[in-house]
Design a binder for this molecule. Structure first.
Ligand code: AMP
Length: 286
């Protein structure tokens, strides 16, 4: 049976007991509005671990002032059903004040923040969302300290986040392993996202060309073309003109440096707005 906990101490008490019993603990951090992408992370966690904790927390410190913090979908009852169905042990859903205190301490003038390596933050999503990855790294480190997991599960969908968090674990000598999980898509290729619910029919149709552009890159690459400028142009030709492209980048997924020629383990990542909704997607070329 899944139990819902809102208090940090209640979670810690359960974890202490599980640790005493020598059980392997898995953590799946989410912002809720759970879909099949999240569910795939939970299933992976169930395979690897004896006990699984899913956190559901819309983290205020990772949203910019003009972003969708207030309107972000909150569906805790439905999320609990998904967790119950998948055999999750604890859903941890704290309030912002439980995580950050009552005093509106949401800036780094009075809250200790984790600042990930500048080189991997000052690009891609970090460029248009200043402070976003500081907020992500801070909440994830707090969740790691609360849950003390052996394994934590993150999606390749948020590839920059995944890279930053893997580096945080290494740089700060954290005693856990991050497991990378593949992107789950709709049948027509759209990457699942809690934000897809914002899209109207037309915007959703246009958004499909994001995945088409990535597929186009894979197709041209398979004919022997490695030059990322040529691949960039081939993708732009496929993207719907109504999308507002924020970036299309080619980076090594070993170093996060931009690459001019596709090599093994190259991340190809896109961010674009369809209407007002900002969407991201990527592929990793092996
Ligand atoms: P979020 O609730 O958006 O913060 O996402 C929580 C976790 O689910 C992150 O590790 C995401 O990368 C992962 N995730 C989100 N969408 C997908 C997807 N379509 N496929 C796989 N994982 C996903």
């Amino acid at each position: 049976m899944t139990i819902l906990l809102n208090k940090i101490n209640e979670v810690k008490n359960n974890i202490k007991q599980w640790k005493r019993e020598g059980l392997k603990i898995g953590l799946v951090p989410t912002m809720g509005a759970l879909h099949k992408g999240h569910e795939s992370l939970i299933k992976k966690a169930k395979e690897h671990c004896d006990k699984v904790v899913v956190s559901v927390f819309v983290n205020p410190i990772q949203f910019g002032p003009n972003e969708d913090y207030d309107k972000y979908p909150r569906t805790i009852e439905k999320d609990l059903d998904v967790c119950e169905k998948n055999g999750v042990d604890i859903v941890f859903s704290p309030s912002p004040s439980e995580m950050y205190g009552e005093n509106n301490r949401l800036s780094n003038t009075d809250l200790t923040f984790v600042c990930p390596a500048y080189n991997i933050v000052d690009c891609m999503c970090g460029k248009s969302r200043p402070g976003h990855f500081d907020g992500v790294a801070t909440v994830v480190l707090k969740l790691f300290n609360i849950v003390n997991p052996d394994f934590a599960f993150f999606g390749q969908k948020d590839a920059q986040q995944l890279f930053i968090l893997k580096k945080m674990v290494k740089d700060l000598n954290l005693d856990l392993t991050i497991i990378q999980c593949p992107i789950v898509r709709e049948d027509d290729g759209l990457a699942l996202s809690s934000r897809n619910t914002y899209l109207n029919t037309e915007e959703r149709k246009n958004a499909l060309t994001i995945n088409k552009a990535l597929k186009q890159i894979e197709k041209i690459y398979s004919t022997g073309v490695k030059d990322t400028k040529v691949l960039f142009d081939s993708a732009i030709a496929v993207l719907d003109k109504n999308l507002e492209l924020e970036y299309l980048e080619f980076r090594s997924f070993d170093t996060f440096e931009p690459v001019e020629e596709i090599q093994q383990n190259t991340l190809v990542a896109i961010a674009a707005k369809s209407g007002k909704t900002r969407l991201i997607d990527n592929i990793i070329i092996r």
